[in-house]
Design a protein around this ligand. Structure first.
Ligand SMILES: *Cc1c(COP(=O)(O)O)cnc(C)c1O
Length: 432
């Protein structure tokens, strides 16, 4: 191990100061390394597939700012476009043509989207879509899946545990019972459970929202027939199907999971990649539904900075790079090499592992597998993951600091990066 040369003195100093200034020292919880132990690394700069921390350690990055850095961090085309946009100002609070450009790109790419509304985060997109689905169906209840994350709005913070899940009890203090009383939950990949909820609550369920490929409980792909089954059930029941593609949109395919699996939901939420590293979220769907949004219709939703020219610019440039032929084949090839290599090294060093990938999204559990849902994911060896995470960090590889997070590659990751990562994994896994 490189432990002798691995110094994080400045990171520690800055994080100690941050803890006095901000709750937990961070602006978003998972960054705090709570589930893997140790102190978070404080970044100084990012470029391509790499990050450098304030102590000047360099890492190969598999977080990619949680997905947006799909073309590689600070892609020169994105930076140049942002510099030009910056000269025209940072925010208009009025229509700008760049919104049309990104909207056209999103509509052309994502099968379910005929009209789109831009917001500033994935959380906002999911909140808005919830209001819209309730307004459109004139029903209140929704179904979400255990372990799926749809941002931090009250209605989605329902614990993914059996008893509490059934009661619809909130997952966080401060969330009123009333806010989650209409949130029903089912295990992922379990069509029967969904069918049962519809039978128990006839004509009351507005829709089903899910991550079409789960990334927020670790990487869990849908089983054959699951998405199609949900499409069928929701249609039969007069409910809407919502794909939360904040993570998977423009990530596992240019048109997202819905293009990859050929299942078209009624509404879709987007975020992460479409902002190219700036704060953007979006939701969209059929014109008939989207026309209910103010000012076209009565469903209120607004945003001071929504459609911001810098954010639109980063999104447009990122999608332009992604839609070049071969992008997703390249992501698939490099990510396949990574995950298959990791699984092989882990098995060769005597560890039980399972995992997989879809284009530039991947995951590995320290478990025999297969992992079908959150319950399965929770059986994975979190203590071993924590040690693996720490070891990889010391070897210059930055992984998401939780086993319940998917990993991401970018167009900037090279075969050499993957080989270095696998060599590091061998050293770490042999030591566990
Ligand atoms: C990240 C994420 C969100 C929340 O997006 P923010 O921009 O962090 O608010 C919602 N849904 C899914 C599937 C996500 O991965």
């Amino acid at each position: 191990m490189l432990t002798d040369t691995f110094k994080t003195t400045k990171s520690e100093e800055i994080f100690a100061a941050a803890q006095k200034l901000m709750p937990g020292g961070v602006s978003s919880p998972v960054r705090a390394f709570k589930s893997v132990g140790g102190q978070p690394i404080v970044f100084d700069r990012v470029k391509g597939a790499y990050i450098w921390d304030v102590d000047d350690n360099q890492y190969i990055d598999y977080v990619g700012t949680w997905g947006p850095a799909i073309c590689g961090h600070s892609h020169p085309d994105v930076i140049t476009a942002l510099r030009e946009a910056l000269d025209k100002g940072t925010s208009f609070g009025a229509p700008c043509q760049l919104e049309n450009v990104l909207a056209e790109m999103v509509i052309a790419a994502v099968p379910s989207i005929e009209m789109v509304r831009f917001v500033n985060s994935g959380t906002e997109a999911c909140m808005a879509v919830l209001r819209l689905m309730r307004a459109f169906t004139n029903r209140e209840k929704i179904i979400k899946f255990e372990g799926c994350y749809h941002g931090h709005a009250d209605m989605f913070l329902v614990k993914a545990g059996s008893g509490v899940a059934t009661l619809g009890l909130p997952d966080s203090p401060g969330v009123p019972k009333a806010a989650t009383a209409s949130t029903l939950t089912a295990p992922y990949n379990d069509l029967q459970a969904v069918q049962k909820l519809f039978e128990e609550h006839p004509d009351q369920i507005a829709g089903v929202i899910l991550e079409p490929v789960v990334g927020n409980a670790g990487f869990i792909p849908p089983e054959a027939g699951f998405l199609a089954g949900l499409r069928e059930i929701t249609r039969e029941q007069g409910a809407l199907l919502i794909f939360d593609e904040v993570m998977t949109g423009f990530r596992i395919a240019y048109g997202g999971a819905q293009a990859k699996y050929g299942i078209t939901p009624d509404l879709t939420t987007l975020g992460k990649v479409i902002g190219g590293g700036l704060p953007v979220g979006a939701y969209g769907g059929r014109q008939e539904i989207m026309s209910m949004i103010a000012p076209a219709g009565p469903v209120y939703q607004a945003g001071t900075l929504s459609g911001n020219p810098l954010a639109m610019t980063a999104g447009i440039k990122t999608l332009e790079l992604l839609r070049r032929p071969g992008s997703y084949e390249q992501l698939d090839q490099i990510t396949g090499k990574l995950i298959n290599g990791l699984l092989a090294v882990a098995k060769a060093t005597g560890h039980e592992v399972c995992g997989g990938h879809l284009s530039g999204m991947f995951g590995m559990f320290f478990a025999l597998g297969p992992v079908h849902n959150y319950e399965d994911a929770k059986q994975a060896d979190a203590a071993k993951f924590a040690k693996f995470h720490r070891g990889m960090l010391e070897q210059g590889v930055y992984l998401a600091p939780s086993q319940f997070e998917a990993g991401f590659t970018s167009l900037a990751h090279t075969d050499a990066d993957i080989e270095k990562t696998l060599a590091a994994a061998k050293v770490v896994l042999e030591s566990l």
